[in-house]
Ligand binder design. Structure first.
Ligand code: SF4
Length: 342
């Protein structure tokens, strides 16, 4: 028996039954839940790390259309993988996914690992992700703990457990017949019912067994947000926009394409428009200025029709969409071509 035992108020079998019954009836209809194919489960789990479900839904199908198998992903150029990832952020994940695909194809003849221990040997796969993939795709009896599960378990036992105690408790509650569904049900409960600020205890399927019923103080306080104003130039001519590539050794978004950042024009009136953009703990107010010729010499005029194949930063994509150059459908508004690179 693990160190963190189940409180006497909680009957594990009953808990599993109630949670799974609720999950079967109320689980959100998410595209990656339609398949237990390990490639699809793996891609979805990597995309979902620190990323909203709505953003993942926007990119999941397109990524699988471009790279329908691990073999296709393994032979793809990194620039193409980053282009398909553009808008999801945390690009290190895409690079790791790409590296792991090469390992699976070259060192394992395209055979996926089956156990969480094996999955953890791949680049970009940590304890949570390995357990999620192995339990969902291969029914391994291994529990997952993410932020949602940790919050739910703390509230259920009514105290601020952490680290291995949470993993132990999750293992002790795990349903051995349906481990993948149970894990997804726990995460779903945390995402949709046992929400961080206002848990919906009246509609919670396990409320009878919950010790805190939402009365536990919010343990995980969000980091304070900072505000910053930044300015970017939008240069456009003859069916092209002027973009610059971030250094290959940049700590963030290395090698990706973005608009040139500028100091605000001294004789400015109003910018073309403003957008809001958040990265980790900083909220950016971004002013976009329509300027004639670029002062930068290191950038490049990129044909608008090539933009979908370019690894754009999330902010660049947002600005180009807002300006009507790059519509939400992914097809650029102007198809005339002057130059470009992907
Ligand atoms: Fe969370 Fe409330 Fe359900 Fe407890 S009863 S698990 S606090 S939603």
């Amino acid at each position: 028996m693990s160190a963190q035992t189940i409180p006497s108020k909680i009957n594990a079998r009953k808990f599993q039954e109630m949670l799974l019954e609720w999950y079967d009836a109320h689980a959100r209809n998410l595209p990656w839940r339609k398949s237990r194919d390990p490639y699809r489960v793996w891609v979805s789990e990597i995309m979902l790390q620190q990323t909203r479900v709505a953003a993942v839904i926007e990119h999941y199908h397109e990524f699988l259309r471009r790279f329908p198998t691990v073999q296709k992903l393994a032979v793809a150029r990194e620039a193409s993988v980053l282009a398909a990832w553009s808008g999801l952020g945390y690009y290190r994940r895409a690079r790791m996914l790409h590296s792991a695909a090469k390992v699976i194809v070259r060192e394992r003849d395209g055979t996926f690992p089956r156990t969480s221990v094996e999955w953890r040997t791949l680049p970009g796969v940590g304890r949570y992700t390995a357990a999620a993939i192995a339990s969902i795709a291969f029914n391994e009896r291994v529990a997952v703990v993410d932020g949602n599960v940790e919050r739910v378990l703390q509230r259920i036992v009514g105290k601020a457990i952490s680290g291995e105690q949470v993993w132990d408790l999750a293992e002790n509650l795990l349903d051995h017949a349906r481990p993948g569904d149970f894990n997804q049900a726990m995460m779903e409960l945390g995402a949709t019912v046992c929400a961080p600020r206002s848990p919906a205890c009246l509609t919670c399927p396990v409320t009878q067994m919950c010790i805190s019923r939402g009365e536990l103080p919010d343990i995980a306080k969000a980091a304070p947000q900072k505000n910053r104003e930044v300015h970017y130039a939008l240069h456009r001519k003859n069916g092209s926009v002027f973009l610059i590539q971030r250094p290959k050794n940049a700590r963030l978004m290395a090698g990706m394409w973005e608009l040139p950042e500028i100091v605000p024009p001294p004789d400015r009136n109003d910018p073309l428009f403003r957008v809001k953009h958040s990265i980790t703990v900083t909220n950016y107010s971004v002013a976009i200025w329509g300027l004639a010729e670029p002062a930068e010499v290191t950038g490049q005029w990129c044909a608008i029709e090539r933009l979908p194949n370019l690894a754009l930063t999330g902010l660049a994509r947002k600005v180009l969409r807002r300006s009507g150059i790059f519509p939400a459908s992914g097809r650029p508004a102007n198809s005339s071509r002057v130059g470009g690179q992907d």
